[in-house]
Design a protein. Structure first.
Length: 289
């Protein structure tokens, strides 16, 4: 029974094994990035950035079809351009960063859909918006693994200033000039991982793999290192369960994965040991002098 439900799909079909490798790579890269986005109160900015890559990927598609290289480069350029433009607007006007990003992301989303519709069909549009994790080829898997490796190595290098900026950005600015470069580098990692998620889950689902495990982990621990580990494990477990459900139910793979992660999030909100509803109702231990 367990073999039929959980193991057989991956043992019998190569496309399921490829999807599993892709989910593993996305979990390692996107999980930690999502934690820092949440701690820096940039969760919705991550969603905006996910939509911002669409017109660049769409232009790559318009030029070269469903070309991995063209869509990746286009998505990266568009993501960085929107981040820079939003930063300029924030610093030259009184508009908050999240508001400026919201404006650019809505423009980007509409522009990307129109560009794809000019050349492609509804099937192509669905491919770009919702991804095809069950159709990952060797080139895409190498790209996902490369982005995941770059993310982990970079995070290991700037881990301390990132944590410090989450806890006390004012103190970091007072003792070091690493704040601005770290912020820019971190935004670059966000764009990279969103492009990776775009190839597997599409532009509408990519941010879910990044943010849902992070906010779920917050209900189980308050330690940042533990939060990163838990978020990565949750992303992997949710990805595997989502793939299995997609296989047995015939549902779209990307939305199945995100819906599974959403279910884990709701359960953690109820039962999580760190501020979950059930634990908040239980009597708390107090220190006695």
């Amino acid at each position: 029974m367990i073999y039929t439900l959980l193991i057989a799909p991956f043992a019998e079909f190569e496309f399921m094994r490829r999807a599993l490798v892709g989910i593993f790579a996305l979990s390692l890269g996107a999980g930690p990035i999502g934690v820092f986005l949440m701690l820096r109160r940039m969760s919705l900015i991550g969603d905006a950035m996910a939509h911002a890559i669409l017109p660049g990927a769409a232009i790559g598609y318009l030029v070269s079809g469903l070309s991995l290289g063209a869509m990746t480069i286009g998505g990266l350029l568009a993501g960085f351009m929107v981040a820079v433009l939003a930063g300029i607007v924030t610093r030259t006007t009184r508009l908050a960063e999240d508001a400026s990003l919201a404006g650019f992301y809505l423009i980007s989303l509409a522009l990307g859909v129109i560009i794809i519709s000019m050349k492609g069909s509804n099937v192509d549009l669905l491919h770009v918006l919702f991804g095809t994790v069950l159709a990952l080829d060797n080139q895409t898997l190498v790209l996902l693994a490369g982005i995941s490796s770059i993310s982990l190595l970079t995070l290991a290098t700037v881990y301390r200033p990132l944590v410090m900026e989450c806890v006390d950005p004012g103190f970091l600015r007072s003792v070091s000039r690493a704040g601005a470069p770290t912020h820019i580098l971190f935004l670059g990692l966000v764009v990279l991982n969103l492009v990776a998620g775009f190839h597997a889950l599409g532009t509408l689902m990519a941010v879910g793999m990044m943010m849902l495990p992070a906010i779920t982990a917050h209900f189980w621990t308050r330690d940042i290192t533990s939060m990163i580990i838990i978020a990565t494990v949750i992303a992997l477990i949710g990805g595997i369960i989502g793939l299995v459900l997609s296989y047995h139910l015939g549902s779209p793979s990307g939305p199945s994965i995100i819906l599974t992660l959403g279910t884990i999030y709701i359960l953690s909100m109820i039962f999580g040991r760190s501020n979950g509803y059930i634990w908040r109702l239980l009597p708390q231990k107090h220190l006695h002098g």
